[in-house]
Ligand binder design. Structure first.
Ligand SMILES: Cc1ncc(C[n+]2csc(CCOP(=O)(O)OP(=O)(O)O)c2C)c(N)n1
Ligand SMILES: [Mg+2]
Length: 412
């Protein structure tokens, strides 16, 4: 379970504060605590470290904003899940349980950074100013993307597992080269930003992640690999994806790996800030494993009761990231009943807006879905579309029978 981080890698970080992480790593190596954590399960704060002091120094306003983001995206997620059940979305990918990992890491980024999400990063999207209605359009089948990645520094969702990770490293290498070229011309590149590559525990098994890590290490690319280990890749448990804790893999590539309690928003925020600062300073990549839990189904097309026990779900509910942070904010006197009531009301308003937005959206077109398989028309796609139309038409009788039944029931 232990980890040995290369101490020389850490020794020249400008802000000595971050050396605290090295201490965490050594502790882990001795088997004391393998996880960087500031908030315990009841919202108690582990004071007495430099990392803790830095986090404690955060402006109460920022802490409240962090909570607000977590609560808002949770409420949005609940509404989107319900909207899918009511036939308004083709699919929804719930983020419930991963709010701290996403809001903590997203809030640690700077506007000039560029983030590559998977398909579950709704919380990160919120921190980057993505219009949440765009997520609904995507999952309704109305758009293939939806927002301008250059404006938000937030790439489009990627559904092909790990495909965004080599893109992220390539982008980071591009940043590095642009800056070097500017310097060669005698210009000041300023802060050109760093990159965050999000992926899951399951995606970590893809060759793309391996190749990305080799390139990132070799070129010291300014990229943070942010793996949300939510314990499951659909029905496959994380321990099957890796026989060692995932963060330990970084060592084999020659850069630091840190496991952070992914349900502790303050720890995630601090660790991500540290990793980004390191990337900006030209020290190369870091792998962050945010240890968290997918509380809901993989997607609305999945039923987790078929492959995991309710005892496990109950245990993780006790580690819930949102209520943990609420307990901390209350205990510290940073937020009171009025604040939480206000956030709940804002969440309900956001949910109502999502519902109103959806009802104003057009129905997705079957033709559009087929039209975008290739840039040019393709005979096989045309054939498949014709087959699908015929298949849909096969339900016409059933539909009229159902309508007739309903009419009869209505009359009774
Ligand atoms: C290349 C590829 N293989 C398989 C799939 C099907 N698939 C979609 S999500 C998923 C599990 C991913 O698990 P993980 O990486 O842990 O992310 P999580 O869904 O838990 O956030 C699989 C196998 C896919 N989308 N892409
Ligand atoms: Mg997973």
């Amino acid at each position: 379970m232990g980890v040995e981080l290369p101490t020389t890698e850490f020794s020249d970080i400008p802000d000595e504060l971050w050396l605290e992480l090295e201490a965490h790593a050594h502790e882990a190596a001795e088997g004391h605590s393998a996880v960087v954590r500031l908030l315990d399960e009841k919202g108690g704060f582990a004071a007495g470290s430099k990392l803790a002091d830095a986090v404690r120094a955060l402006n109460p306003e920022d802490l409240r904003a962090m909570y607000r983001d977590m609560a808002m995206i949770r409420r949005f997620d609940i509404e989107a899940t319900a909207l899918q059940r009511q036939g308004q979305l083709s699919l929804w990918v719930p983020l419930r349980g991963q709010e701290a990992a996403q809001i903590g890491s997203g809030r640690a980024t700077q506007p000039q950074d560029y983030l590559f999400p998977t398909y579950r990063e709704h919380g990160v999207a919120l921190t980057r100013g993505v219009e949440l209605g765009e997520l609904l359009r995507l999952f309704r089948g109305l758009s293939n993307g939806g927002w301008d990645p250059r404006e938000t520094g937030f790439h489009l969702y990627t559904l092909v597992l790990a495909a965004q990770v080599p893109h992220a490293v390539g982008y980071a290498m591009g940043i590095q080269r642009d800056a070097a070229r500017a310097e060669a011309r005698g210009e000041d590149p300023g802060d050109p930003g760093a990159v965050v590559a999000y992926f899951g525990d399951g995606a970590s098994s893809e060759g793309d992640v391996h190749e990305s890590m080799v390139f990132a290490a070799s070129f010291k690319a300014p990229v943070v690999f942010f793996c949300q280990n939510n314990q499951w890749a659909i029905s496959v448990p994380a321990e099957v994806q890796s026989r060692i804790p995932l963060f330990n893999r970084a060592k084999g590539y020659g850069f630091p790996g840190v496991r952070v309690d992914g349900n502790d928003v303050l720890a995630v925020y601090a660790v991500t800030q540290w990793a980004l600062a390191r990337a900006r300073a030209g020290k190369g990549p870091v792998l962050i494993e945010a240890y968290t839990y997918r509380q809901g189904a993989h997607t609305t097309a999945d039923d987790p009761t078929k492959y995991r026990l309710s005892d496990e779900e109950r245990m993780w509910l006790e580690r819930d990231p949102v209520s943990r942070f609420e307990a901390y904010l209350r205990a510290e006197g940073i937020a009171d009943d009025a604040f939480f009531a206000d956030v709940a009301a804002a969440g309900d308003a956001l949910a109502a807006k999502a519902r109103a937005d959806i009802l104003s959206f057009e129905a997705p077109s079957l033709e559009d879905a087929f039209a975008n398989v290739y840039a040019e028309p393709h005979p096989l796609v045309a054939e498949e579309l014709a087959w699908h139309r015929e298949y849909e038409a096969g339900f016409a009788d059933t539909e009229s029978a159902v309508d007739a039944d309903r009419a009869q029931e209505g009359g009774r």
